[in-house]
Design a protein around this ligand. Structure first.
Ligand code: HMH
Length: 219
């Protein structure tokens, strides 16, 4: 193959290349049972109770990931963006879970969070290994997934009104989408000396862990 042909075959940005390289895993994540049931409005009270518990603990992990990104930020804009994320996760989002849990008709199973620990374990290990670059890559995977499924569910689904619809619409709005775009730009700006295999391992591994995490409410 000529050099020119290889260039045209490769997407223009590293974020687009990653989405492309992991498209099959993303499709599986978008088709997972939890996404289907929230979108169709058939999710049971017990399953969503477990989700509230596991998601509350993942939001704590997300705050830690953004905290590490504050520490390791390459510039002031990145530092400020991640600091604002820590604030939003530990105020508005923490409040959502307290309120939703208190109003929910059934409690989560006591071991719910433990069953879904794979996602936090994967993301925190990647963050310790790769610092800022790994954090941007795993969050780009997680937020791309949520932006896509929640936008579809919000626009074309039959999501139950109340805390579930509130949560879906939070991830279907312009503000969340702008965050995903900013993460894509951070991935695009990563140094060229990071091997493709690292990015695939972080991005694809995060999507696999997302699937295991959401399947945990049914195990
Ligand atoms: C598990 C999970 N993945 C991704 C997101 C998007 O931020 C979220 N809130 N929770």
């Amino acid at each position: 193959m000529s050099e020119r042909a290889e260039e045209t075959a490769r997407p223009a940005s590293r974020s687009a290349w990653l989405l492309d390289a992991c498209a099959a895993t993303m499709e599986r994540a978008l088709g997972m049972r939890f996404v289907e049931e929230v979108t169709a409005g058939t999710i049971g009270d017990a399953a969503y109770a477990d989700y509230l518990a596991i998601e509350e603990s993942f939001v704590e992990t997300a705050a830690r990931l953004h905290g590490l990104a504050v520490w390791d930020a390459p510039d002031r804009t990145a530092l400020e963006r991640n600091a604002r994320a820590v604030h939003a996760l530990t105020t508005e989002q923490a409040d959502y879970f307290r309120t939703a849990r208190a109003a929910w008709p059934v409690p989560a199973r006591p071991d719910a969070a433990g069953r879904a620990a794979v996602l936090s374990e994967f993301a925190l290990a990647a963050a310790r290994e790769g610092g800022y670059r790994a954090v941007m890559t795993v969050l780009f995977a997680a937020e791309s997934l949520y932006s896509t499924w929640c936008t579809r569910a919000h626009e074309r689904g039959d999501v139950p009104a109340g805390p579930i619809a509130d949560w879906v619409s939070l991830h279907a709005g312009a503000e969340f989408r702008a965050g995903v775009t900013a993460l894509a730009a951070q991935v695009d700006a990563l140094p060229a000396d990071i091997p493709d295999e690292h990015l695939i391992r972080w991005f694809g591994g995060m999507l696999e862990a997302e699937i295991a995490f959401h399947d945990a409410v049914y195990r």
